[in-house]
Write a protein that binds this ligand. Structure first.
Ligand SMILES: [Mn+2]
Length: 321
């Protein structure tokens, strides 16, 4: 893999649709590392980064692919994703390109290992952590922008170091990024404290539909279709639901602005929400997964609830004595 990077001269970095903080943070870091090695780098995603990450977007050019021909390249790196199908309009031209493909990811991968090279570690808290390891292997020092990218990856994928994927390496690397100039309080307010005034009202309306099942272990929130689409960051809402003592599984269904129904699934313990999300064509991690369901909302809610109760009964069934 290192040889493939050294041999390349022009590299496309890409990621999944609606790229999150880990995806674009890892891209920012890798873009700076490759540029330090003299490579020409094009960051090209199916969608732009959220405005919350404009402190990275002001330093790194995040191109958005709208169907045009790909820039000339001899290496393509997929970050925070291992399936070309999730690269939106980039999937076809990338598949047609003869350039080698490198996957840097920490998600569960199903199916063929189709890539040429990979740096995949499912135990890594964030893809940005893998880019940090790669930079060390390449002998490149992270500059302030790359450091902000790695820090962004770590904090967004660990819920600011709250989730069980927060390990010693994550905290050690976060500390190193602070040494390199990252100011955690500034990044925290940039990412989490710039919501619209309407957000608390929207969350209040959404929370009115909260239901508990399975003896309080399942919190299910299906947004009211009359309430319109919700494209805001749902982390805050998921945090509130997870804060309930008895709740083990959180399922949030919302109508996105494209009219489709998006599922965010979270687990507090060992319950595997990835297995549940996969039943609906989605996936992710054991404790955090998502999927897109067919509407209408009531049908999606019933199908999801029925499947979730089967999984929960299986998982929490008392041991047979
Ligand atoms: Mn990630």
């Amino acid at each position: 893999m290192l040889a493939a990077i050294h041999a390349s001269s022009s590299v496309i970095l890409t990621g999944h649709e609606r790229p999150d903080g880990d995806c674009i943070g890892a891209q920012a870091a890798l873009a700076r590392v490759l540029e330090a090695l003299g490579k020409r780098v094009h960051v090209l995603n199916p969608d732009p980064p959220e405005a919350a990450f404009d402190y990275l977007a002001s330093e790194v050019e995040y191109g958005v692919h709208t169907g045009e021909a790909l820039p000339e390249h001899d290496l393509c790196v997929l970050l925070d994703i291992s399936e070309l199908e999730r690269c939106g309009s980039l999937a076809e031209p990338l598949r047609a390109s003869s350039a080698s493909k490198l996957v840097i990811d920490h998600h569960v991968h199903h199916g063929d290992e189709w890539w040429d090279h990979c740096l995949v570690d499912r135990s890594a808290s964030a893809t940005g952590l893998l880019v940090h390891r790669l930079a060390a292997a390449l002998g490149v020092e992270l500059d302030p922008v790359a450091s902000a990218g790695v820090f962004t990856s770590l904090v967004t994928d660990t819920g600011w170091f709250k989730y069980s994927n927060t390990d010693a390496e994550t905290l050690r690397v976060a500390g190193e990024m602070v040494t390199r100039g990252v100011q955690p309080d500034l990044l925290f307010s940039a990412i989490y404290q710039r919501n619209e005034p309407a957000l608390p009202h929207e969350l209040g309306q959404l929370l009115a539909n909260l239901e508990y099942f399975a003896d309080g272990r399942l919190a299910l929130l299906a947004s009211d279709p009359k309430g319109g689409p919700f494209d805001g960051n749902s982390d805050l809402l998921l945090d509130i639901l997870r804060s309930v003592d008895r709740v083990e599984v959180v399922l949030f269904l919302r109508i996105a602005s494209d009219g489709r129904i998006k599922l965010s699934a979270r687990s507090k313990g060992s319950f595997d929400v990835n297995a549940l999300a996969r039943e609906f064509g989605g996936g992710g991690h054991v404790k955090a997964s998502g999927a897109t369901l067919d509407g209408p909302m009531e049908a999606a809610r019933s199908a999801l609830l029925e499947a979730a109760l089967v999984h929960i009964e299986r998982h929490f069934a008392p041991a047979v004595t």
